[in-house]
Design a protein around this ligand. Structure first.
Ligand code: FCB
Length: 443
């Protein structure tokens, strides 16, 4: 593996709803994920976020664990309904006190805080008035973001507005297998527009109030391959690239929606007010990319994942590390990209504890091969400033519940005991090695 630059940021990532628990403790309001978990059949194992990893109470020892891994940074998210129970109006001091403790705890351990404002847990009160489909939610988000930045902006290195707007829009509002469970393409497109708009307006507002953190957004992106070389399959792949990648990257970087997709969605196109596109396309200090797999699109019967002969994770996701290199090179070629962070990358596999160890060789190989894929892109000229493993520890994997384990640290949900898996031990050794190289580079 080539040497990484000495200021490259290595980290681990989590999100509030997936680990915190304490769902209605200390004044936290409900989020759409609390509500969604109550719908029979919505979550594979009928679980919810009431306790999760109990991180709300175990944050200090969890931070010790993170520091022990030797990472530079920890990517976490703020639960909007914890700090503003209704999503507008009064803020909850106890909620902010938690994030103050958390951020100060990171700094005390030499960890750089990378904060995400929206990792999907919209306050329920805002969904009651239409959620992200309602343009009023945009201003509420900006107000919430400004308050978070006022309280924590002096200490967090980085602020990300939204995690994976495509997932919120498409899984949450078109397919409906994620909260809030709406099934409408028109709603999906309006939601996506309001997410993008609130992102841009937040950057403008935070810069106006003097926030010094690096500001950006996190997208889930993948190269999209055609199932076959037929003209139909290639057209399907191009459209899928349009709705999945260009629909987000084009407005953010170029200030416009892709014309081919606009033509395709016709009357479902979002309502865009004059000036919106300029507001969206604010300069980004960084773009975060979450990468798990490539995507294969075709016009006919759905592509059979088994046909590639590749390893498949417990999520049913194909392992395809070179797709990350391909994606990074493509973005670099086609867009004037800001510095990139890989803000999530990792894999779910069924783990077992044997004599106190978890030999998760497949997860370790997955992470190692994807780090190598990042390095491949970097030697070919792409600027990548950091890499975060998803996830620090096993957690609530949304509609899949607790059965799918992404952690490099195992969580025993009966006892809340944490055990470093072999992948965590490997990552720790790898980072030690990187530090030795950093010292050598600095000498
Ligand atoms: C991403 C999410 C993250 C986690 C991983 C597996 O889409 O951002 O919360 O669930 O997938």
């Amino acid at each position: 593996m080539p040497d990484f630059p000495k200021n490259f940021i290595w980290g681990v990532a989590t999100s509030a709803f997936q680990i915190e628990g304490a769902a209605s403790v200390d004044g936290k309001g409900p989020s759409i994920w609390d509500d969604f978990c109550r719908i029979p059949g919505a979550i594979a194992d009928a679980s919810d976020g009431t306790e999760a990893c109990d991180h709300y109470h175990r944050w200090a020892t969890d931070l010790d664990l993170i520091a022990d891994l030797g990472v530079d940074a920890y990517r976490f998210s703020v639960s909007w309904p914890r700090v503003q129970p209704l999503g507008s109006g009064a803020f909850n001091e106890a909620g902010f006190a938690f994030y103050e403790r958390l951020v100060d705890g990171m700094l005390a351990r030499g960890l750089k805080p990378y904060l995400t404002l929206n990792h999907w847990d919209l306050p329920s009160a805002l969904q009651a008035t239409g959620g992200w489909e309602n343009r009023d939610t945009v201003q509420h988000f900006v107000d919430y973001a400004c308050e978070v930045a006022r309280r924590l902006g002096d200490r967090v290195v980085s602020i990300c507005t939204h995690n994976e707007p495509w997932v919120i829009a498409v899984l949450g509002n078109e397919i409906g297998n994620f909260a809030p469970g709406i099934k409408s393409r028109a709603v999906m497109l309006q939601v996506a527009h309001h997410l993008l708009l609130s992102h841009g307006l937040t950057l403008t507002a935070l810069r106006a109030q003097g926030c010094k953190s690096e500001l950006g957004i996190v997208l889930n992106l993948a190269p999209i391959h055609a199932a076959t070389d037929s003209a139909e399959d290639r057209a399907a792949a191009r459209l899928s690239d349009g709705t999945g990648l260009r629909w987000y990257v084009d407005p953010l970087i170029k200030g416009c929606y892709p014309a081919d997709v606009l033509g395709h969605v016709g009357a479902d196109a979002p309502k865009v007010l004059p000036g919106d596109m300029e507001k969206i396309a604010q300069p980004l200090d960084f773009m975060g990319i979450n990468y798990y797999m490539r995507s294969v699109a075709g016009a006919g019967v759905p592509w059979d994942i088994k046909s590639s002969g590749r390893e498949i994770t417990d999520m049913g996701w194909e392992v395809y590390p070179e797709g990350l290199t391909e994606l990074l090179l493509r973005l670099h070629r086609e867009y004037p990209m800001p510095p990139i962070f890989i803000t999530e990358n990792g894999a779910a596999f069924p783990d077992e504890v044997v004599d106190g160890r978890v030999h998760d060789v497949r997860r370790q190989a997955y992470i190692e091969n994807h780090i190598a894929a990042v390095a491949q892109a970097m030697v070919q000229g792409v600027r990548v400033d950091g890499y975060f493993v998803w996830s620090l520890m096993d957690n609530f994997e949304w509609a899949s519940g607790y059965a799918k384990r992404f952690g490099i640290v195992r969580v025993d949900y009966d006892t809340q005991q944490r055990t470093l898996k072999d992948s965590a031990l490997w990552y720790r050794d790898f980072l030690r090695q990187q530090r030795v190289q950093r010292l050598a580079l600095a000498a």
